[in-house]
Design a protein around this ligand. Structure first.
Ligand code: GLN
Length: 482
């Protein structure tokens, strides 16, 4: 089983100890053996993978290889890439082969990375367990009876099972961080606007951000360097000077002020999560960081605000799936209206339909002010809370989720319970802030538990550096079952 971090894979390739084709083959063989049980990948195309690998080998032979040339990567099924089916784990797009490539994918292809496949996810990224996938849930490699988290559950599962050195995920309300936490890996959602959304299937456009998922914070920093770019084709892309996200990896933590939001450190977190937080606190303090209590008073209201706004945006974004130009089309219908209705009734799963109905309702004439506008105002208050907190601290330490990964089926029939489990991740998306999760312990039954580092806008390098220093002094991120 290949165990390499992204950095190790890069070093092996650059020192020519292994060729790109050999490395890709090693991963494809491991995937063949393990994926049927894990269900982490839903689309593989070994011929395309090996063609990319051969091109990368050529590039390395010509001395034109860079840090990422030849390193394999997996993509959540939300990222378009020419010639690859991009279904967003929905029946609606089951037959959709992307005719163009997402900017983030193109950036990684330009760097020479090799595509391993598309990973499983909740349908249209709506969910927290991967169970809303049309292709069935991915499993948690630590315990196959548990979910990997969601919505980027497949990406988290394949990195944790060492079936990819790194993967991309997307995070609208926690979908990079929560599955990364449940699977014992590291993942970061950057400041909104850092990474282009062009070619990433839209869920809630004012929240969606792509980000890297890997074993270590260092790997995430390297990947983010390659992913981030200004993109004219994304109207909310930020035009800023190019940053080096690895620049603070070796910065000492002495004097760093870490805020502990009192609303996040409560008895409603499982005892295992509390222990993981204590572990992280101790490591930070041992390196000279200072812990201060802060407050995020709107924490509870961020859940209703998010589910109103994200559903509203989803209802408009998903109106494009009408059976006319691409995707699923119902076979039986009388007239045009019935064609739309039957197509959407057949193509979408129940969670997606629920979001479309909530979204349409809160945007409707009689309810817009009461729900949508109110939620927008709350969004501002949530963002203000963070600014007050960041006047008192540099970074915030927080749980990623209130518990370790639930069992398959546990949250499936209780959407409200599932929404509530997003309590620690969604405020970050409402505010557009960057946040990372890293492993900080295990539950009593052996499931990994992550904790979050949240920073102010554009503090990715500091967040990644802090996580790297924790990882230099701990070994949870190195554990795997593979
Ligand atoms: N669980 C949240 C939702 O279902 C987050 C999903 C995400 O970040 N894509 O909306």
């Amino acid at each position: 089983m290949p165990q390499y971090t992204l950095k190790q894979a890069s070093e092996l390739l650059q020192s020519k100890q292994i060729s790109t084709v050999e490395l890709a083959t090693e991963y494809l063989n491991a995937i063949n053996a393990q994926n049927p049980t894990l269900n982490g990948y839903i689309t593989l195309n070994p011929e395309a993978t090996l063609a990319e690998a051969r091109a990368a080998d050529e590039r390395i032979a010509q001395g034109k290889g860079g840090l990422l040339t030849g390193v394999p990567v997996a993509y959540k099924d939300i990222f378009c890439q020419t010639g690859w089916r991009t279904a967003c784990s929905s029946k609606m797009l089951d037959n959709f082969v992307a005719p163009y490539t997402a900017t983030v994918v193109q950036n990684l292809l330009d760097a020479g990375m090799v595509t391993l496949g598309r990973t499983n996810m909740d349908e249209f990224a709506m969910g927290s367990t991967n169970e809303t996938s049309f292709y069935g849930a991915a499993k948690n490699p630590w315990n196959l009876e548990h979910v990997p988290g969601g919505s980027s559950g497949g990406s988290a599962a394949v990195v944790a099972a060492r079936l990819a050195p790194a993967a991309l995920g997307s995070d609208t309300g926690g979908s990079i961080r929560q599955p990364a936490s449940h699977c014992g890996i590291t993942g970061i959602k950057p400041t909104y606007g850092t990474v282009s959304r062009f070619g990433m299937v839209a869920y809630a456009s004012s929240f969606d951000q792509a980000g890297p998922m890997a074993q270590t914070a260092e790997d995430c920093a390297i990947l983010l360097n390659a992913m981030a770019s200004f993109d004219e084709r994304d109207s909310t892309s930020l035009e800023r000077e190019k940053e080096d996200y690895t620049r603070d990896l070796n910065a000492p933590l002495k004097g760093l002020k870490i805020g502990l939001p009192k609303e996040y450190f409560t008895a409603s977190n499982s005892a295992d999560v509390q222990t993981a937080l204590e572990n992280a606190k101790a490591l930070l303090q041992a390196q000279g960081a200072e812990l201060v209590e802060v407050s995020l008073p709107q924490t509870e209201l961020s859940i209703p605000a998010y589910y109103v706004l994200a559903s509203a945006e989803a209802s408009t974004n998903l109106s494009r799936y009408d059976g006319v130009r691409y995707g699923h089309r119902a076979e039986k219908f009388g007239d045009l209206d019935e064609m739309y209705a039957n197509t959407r009734a057949e193509g979408f799963g129940s969670e997606v339909k629920r979001r479309i109905m909530i979204g349409t309702y809160v945007l409707s004439h009689g309810y817009y002010d009461a729900y949508y506008l109110k939620a927008q105002k709350l969004r501002r208050l949530v963002a203000n809370d963070f600014q007050t907190a960041f006047a008192q601290c540099d970074l915030i330490l927080a749980p990623t989720a209130p518990t370790a990964a639930p069992k398959l089926g546990e949250l499936n029939h209780d959407p409200v319970q599932a929404y509530l489990s997003d309590i620690y991740t969604i405020a970050v998306n409402l505010a557009g802030l960057p946040a990372l999760t890293l492993p900080a312990g295990f539950s009593s039954d052996g499931l990994p538990i992550g904790v979050q580092l949240i920073g102010n806008y554009f503090s990715e390098a500091r967040i990644l550096g802090t996580a790297h220093q924790i990882q230099l002094n701990s070994d949870w991120h190195t554990k795997s079952l593979a």
